[in-house]
Each structure stands twice: as C-alpha cells, then as structure tokens.
Design a binder for this molecule. Sequence first.
Ligand SMILES: O=C(O)CCC(=O)C(=O)O
Ligand SMILES: [Fe+2]
Length: 203
Amino acid sequence: MAEKTVLSVRGFEIHKSLLDPDAQQALLDDLRDVVRDAPLFAPETRRGRKMSVRMTSAGRCGWVTDRRGYRYEPRHPSGVAWPPIPERIVDIWRTVSGVERLPDSCLINFYGEGARMGLHQDRDEGEFQWPVVSVSLGDDALFRMGGVERSEGTESVWLNSGDVVVMGGAARLAHHGVDRIRFGSSRLLPQGGRVNVTLRVVA
Ligand SMILES: O=C(O)CCC(=O)C(=O)O
Ligand SMILES: [Fe+2]
C-alpha cells in the first residue's frame, strides 16, 4: 500500500487510491468468502423502512437493524456466527488508523443501482476514542460530510474505488452519508455496484 494523496475535509482523512487495482480485487475476493458464509441481507429500520443498501458483517460483532432498532449482534440474522475479519482488511486498519487497538467489527455495505445512505452519525459503539475506517470498492460514491451537530453545513466529495476514509478525532462523531453512486462507473464488480467496508472498535 503506497501512500498517496491524503485529503482532509472537515477532519475526515481521505486517502485517495490507497488500494491499487490488484489490492482491490484481492479484497473483493476476501469479501466474497465472507458473503458466502454470512449472506447479504436487506435491513429494516425500527420504523419498518427497508434500507436501500444490503449488508453483512465480519468480526466479533456485526451491526444490524430491525424493528428492535440499531445495535451490534454476535450473530448474523440467520443465527450463524460472523466470519472472522479477513487479514488483508485488518492490514488497511493497521496502515491508516494510527492506533494499536484492532477493530472487532467489519460492516460490509453493498450499494446496487439507486442505493444511498442518509446523513447519520456512527454512534452505536461503546467507545468513541477509536477511529472508524471506511474502504470504497467499485462504483464512485458521492460522500457527504458534516459536523457533530446535524445542523452544521456539509460538503461532498466523490469517493472512488480504492479510497479509504478515516473518521477519527473530532470527525469520529461527525455526520456523513452517501447521496448517490454512479452506477456502472467501475469495472471492479462485473454487475456494477459499490461495496463499502467499515471497520470499527465496538467495545
Ligand atoms: O458507504 C459509505 O461510504 C459509508 C457507510 C457508512 O457510513 C456506514 O455504514 O455507517
Ligand atoms: Fe456511517
């Protein structure tokens, strides 16, 4: 992983093209193994709205949402344990997180055509002193970044396949979301779409 441009936008650290095409492909192959054991599912919010992304997790615990609300669970909704976090993904954390502590949760979001993610904070973890590391694979995504308060202004940047975002320090609890993807803009996923991998320390 050769270090290249790092942009800082409102405290979000954006490592452009941290992963070269071979590294992206290798990561995708690792993720396919995870999805084979813990299939993507379509989560619902507490209010019963289906999210447009499909997701699954690896690690000691995985983020889920259903009528009982947002939380971390030790098992996939099917009852199987989440697979371990692939070592190549942990290596990305080692490269950019700046902390010794390792993540115990790896969320995998799949964005098909038209999928998005509304502005939100990541705050279901037990502790907020650890950064969140987020990897983009596949189609471009318009990533919106704001402040800790929802009312603060936002700015957006396009994330491309191989980019890695670190949300730490003051940006750890900052609002963020994905307005839209440019479906079919990348050839990494043969059918199109975007995969986002988010690493977190839950507790
Ligand atoms: O898809 C992304 O880039 C962001 C995902 C995200 O914010 C989340 O899963 O909490
Ligand atoms: Fe998030």
